[in-house]
Design a protein around this ligand. Structure first.
Ligand SMILES: NC(=O)c1ccc[n+]([C@@H]2O[C@H](COP(=O)([O-])OP(=O)(O)OC[C@H]3O[C@@H](n4cnc5c(N)ncnc54)[C@H](O)[C@@H]3O)[C@@H](O)[C@H]2O)c1
Length: 441
């Protein structure tokens, strides 16, 4: 029987927790901080790369989307692509021939063929857009082969995998950034700018939620596996999709830049068959999937609180209906998304954030710069484009990336820790400090 790698990792993670720490108190501290042998990669800079040579593993929906955007960014050369599905590679190749560009080397065969791609020495950075169980192994192998990594969320599926990725990044001194593109949204960065300028005062509380639109995918007769990953995780008795809501909130709260997640407690509602199962395909892989509503609460070391609410279209009319949903509350005001509104103690009338005045005053410098420099590409201006454009800029200019390996690990581990909390009557579970104390400095 083929071993389900994901289930194996999950049960190995939980077994490791309960075997090595028999008492309940200990099981709620799945930390066991590994010894650090190598320097931290906070603020890691690498020598300037004139032309950033990119390889993409997994060219389904997401990988193809990134390739299309990279082809519009100066200073990028796509040198290799890999997928187990050769027809996916064929489609991507058309992009290159239509534009009269040199075709990248292509790798296909089996699930391990990406290792052949990693032997090439004309690759600076590998983008990983495969199903979840491959994220951590591919990221680790890519760094070991001397490449920087951008990996889709979540970066890892167990506490052990998170530590392995952190240790590998430190050992190889290679970047490993989880691509939390929501952080680069126009509004998310505008709010970050307002927070930095003190408009909301001292931050106290946030909400970082996400609603999965299951029924949209139930209506697809041949759903893509990458999308299904998110729904497979719904079976997890924990926070099943935390990173998109939590990414921007972590920026606002300076997580790993003066604060960090301290502990989490979580609860789950009763589960029920997902609504809107009006798909025409009886054999649909999501048919009969039970879904619940998960609520997790994180306390930061500075005492701030964050609620994460994950739902799967239960027909709720909550503000979480639009995903992701965030709220940030400070001593001088608060911002709430979907639709974006702001209330300040100096002016208690609720105002929509995207009005001319707010945009004029607080548009983030990155968006101003992008709008100025790439007007002819304005159609592709979105958060994914800005994220890639910014990564390329940082690598070409020897600057540190905006998100580091510790950020990706802390966001990814939320699902795992919330599951441990729920299986222990919602007792709190400590976050590993992946930075090993460096968050303070
Ligand atoms: N950040 C976001 O907003 C967002 C949105 C959509 C998807 N995603 C994530 O992106 C990833 C890909 O999603 P997608 O929608 O593109 O899925 P997809 O199914 O369209 O593409 C995944 C591709 O990976 C290939 N693949 C699988 N195993 C492989 C292996 N071992 N080696 C090489 N190729 C392999 C598949 O053949 C497929 O072409 C998933 O992790 C998904 O959760 C993120």
């Amino acid at each position: 029987m083929k071993l389900d790698r994901r289930l194996f990792l999950k049960s190995a993670s939980l077994a490791a927790v309960s075997l090595s720490h028999p008492s309940l108190a200990a099981s709620l501290n799945p930390i066991s901080k590994p010894q650090q042998f190598d320097p931290s990669v906070i603020g890691l800079t690498v020598p300037e790369i004139n032309i950033v040579r990119v390889a993409v593993i997994g060219v389904g929906d997401r990988g193809t989307h990134y390739i299309n955007q990279l082809l519009n960014i100066d200073g990028v050369s796509i040198t290799a692509i890999c997928d187990t599905d050769s027809t996916a590679l064929d489609k991507v190749m058309e992009q290159f021939s239509q534009r009269d560009l040199k075709a990248p080397d292509r790798f296909t065969g089996n699930e391990q063929t990406y290792l052949d791609l990693l032997t090439k020495n004309d690759i600076d950075i590998v983008i990983i857009c495969t199903p979840w169980e491959w994220h951590a192994p591919m990221a680790i192998d890519a760094m070991e082969s001397g490449k920087h990594v951008l990996v889709e969320a979540p970066m890892a599926l167990s506490v052990e995998e998170c530590w392995q990725i952190v240790n590998t990044s430190e050992k190889t001194q290679k970047n490993c950034m989880m691509m939390e593109s929501i952080n680069y949204g126009r509004d998310a960065l505008m709010v970050l700018n307002m927070v930095r300028k003190g408009v909301l005062g001292e931050l106290l509380h946030a909400e970082a939620s996400y609603n999965l639109k299951l029924h949209k995918h139930m209506q697809q007769l041949t759903p893509k596996m990458g999308n299904l990953d998110r729904y497979k995780n719904v079976k997890l008795n924990g926070s099943y999709y935390p990173t998109h809501g939590l990414g921007p909130v972590s920026l606002y709260m300076d997580i790993h830049r003066g604060d960090r997640f301290d502990y989490i407690t979580a609860m789950t509602s009763p589960s029920s068959p997902s609504s809107n199962q009006d798909n025409r395909e009886q054999q649909h892989p999501l048919k009969g999937l039970d879904v619940n509503i998960n609520t997790s609460l994180i306390k930061t070391v500075k005492g701030r609180t964050i609620i994460i609410n994950n739902t799967v279209n239960h027909g709720s009319a909550s503000s979480v209906q639009t995903a992701p949903h965030s709220r940030i509350q400070g001593t001088k005001g608060s911002y709430i998304s979907s639709p974006n509104r702001i209330v300040l103690s100096s002016n208690t009338n609720e105002q929509y954030l995207n009005t001319f005045n707010w945009e004029q005053k607080y548009q983030h410098p990155l968006w101003q710069q992008l709008d100025r420099q790439t007007k002819h590409h304005c159609l592709s201006h979105n958060m994914d484009f800005l994220m890639l454009w910014r990564v390329v800029y940082c690598l070409r200019n020897g600057e540190p990336l905006d998100q580091n390996v510790y950020d990706g690990a802390a966001l990814s581990v939320v699902s795992i820790l919330s599951e441990i909390s729920i299986s222990n009557r919602s007792h709190s579970v400590n976050f590993p400090d992946f930075t090993r104390g460096q968050w303070q400095t």
